[in-house]
Design a protein around this ligand. Structure first.
Ligand SMILES: Cc1cc2nc3c(=O)[nH]c(=O)nc-3n(C[C@H](O)[C@H](O)[C@H](O)COP(=O)(O)O)c2cc1C
Length: 324
């Protein structure tokens, strides 16, 4: 190929890609340049064996990083054509991006791009103000644009039914010592390039909480107080549950998260009911939708917060020896 991507384009776009979310902020991705194409790879050494035995979480995170990469390249005027899982013999290669016809970035590309460094998981309670109808519509559209669906749970009975499934999944996970050990291993009390900083971990949960929150060592709350009145809960799903479907869902997740950030909304993720197969099946049946739930989000107007650290992008690049 004569007009491929350059090392500089790869490095710049990868610096945006790594702002994607990942389980416990493990950042389980790598990027390489091969025959003029940028390739996104899962990094199996950063998969969580107890929390993510199947690699679902790694593929969601890589899909989210891939979405950032696409947006960054589009804004740089060098948009990509993407092939997912291009080499059957190399399942760790999540996607290959080759240059498409150059074009000027659209206002939508620019808005999504501007949201990349501003997005973060906001685990604090949200204000009671409801998410407006036009924002809800934009979030659902964002998922649809990436080949996924977003189901917003309407009314307290739907939220309560979901909460029961989520709480029992949370209990199942917390009973597993290796799962607990993994969660604790990735809590960061001191500055670090990966893991969940205690200050971003949100407050400790209380027995009366509607939604179960993963404990990342956050501060205690005033006992007996409700976390928040009526959260907006959204379930993101994909048509199937193959490895490709999970990468598609990761891209859709990131588009939803960036769209929410652009709309001034805060989001946190809760994936316990996705990680426990029986809970995921119950959730699927309760929604009555075709396809598989891939992520759950809590969406609202949040208190101020800040992005979490990332490793140096150069640690995640495999550059060809002949270039760079
Ligand atoms: C597949 C996946 C599952 C996640 N599950 C949870 C979860 O159950 N609870 C939670 O608080 N955060 C969850 N997160 C959010 C990550 O902890 C978060 O993205 C990571 O710590 C980086 O922080 P950031 O989102 O602020 O950039 C999940 C993220 C991904 C990609």
């Amino acid at each position: 190929m004569d007009a491929g991507y350059t090392v500089e384009q790869l490095r710049a776009a990868a610096a945006d890609a790594v702002r994607a979310p990942s389980l416990h902020n493990t950042q389980p991705w790598r990027f390489r340049l091969r025959d003029g194409g940028i390739e996104v790879l899962g990094d199996p050494s950063r998969r969580l064996p107890a929390t993510d035995p199947s690699g679902w979480g790694m593929r969601i995170a890589c899909g989210a990083a891939l979405f950032n990469l696409r947006v960054a390249l589009a804004v740089a005027g060098v948009p990509a054509t993407v092939r997912l899982r291009p080499y059957p013999a190399e399942p760790d290669v999540v996607a290959r991006l080759v240059p498409d016809v150059p074009r000027r970035p659209t206002p939508a590309d620019q808005a999504l791009y501007a949201a990349i460094p501003r997005r973060f998981s906001n685990r604090a309670p949200f204000w009671p103000d409801p998410v407006p109808a036009d924002a809800r519509w934009r979030l659902a559209e964002a998922a649809r644009a990436e080949g996924a669906w977003l189901e917003l749970l309407i009314g307290m009975s739907a939220v309560n039914a979901f909460a029961e499934i989520a709480r029992s999944a949370h209990k199942v996970l917390e009973r597993d010592p290796s799962y607990r050990a993994e969660r604790e291993e990735w809590i960061r009390a001191e500055p670090a390039p990966d893991g969940v900083p205690v200050a971003s971990g949100g407050p400790q949960s209380e027995p009366q909480d509607l939604l179960p929150s993963r404990s990342f060592g956050g501060r205690n709350r005033a006992p007996g107080r409700d976390f928040e009145p009526e959260p907006l809960v959204a379930v993101l799903g994909s048509p199937g549950n193959t490895a490709v479907d999970q990468v598609v869902a990761g891209q859709a997740l990131q588009r939803v998260l960036l769209t929410a950030t652009d709309a001034g909304l805060a989001v946190s993720m809760l994936s316990q009911p996705i990680e426990v197969p029986s809970a995921r099946e119950q959730l699927r049946l309760s929604l009555g939708r075709f396809g598989t739930p891939q992520m759950v989000m809590r969406i609202g107007f949040g208190q101020p917060g800040w992005p979490t650290p990332r490793r140096n992008v150069d640690e995640m690049l495999d550059l060809p020896i002949t270039q760079g």
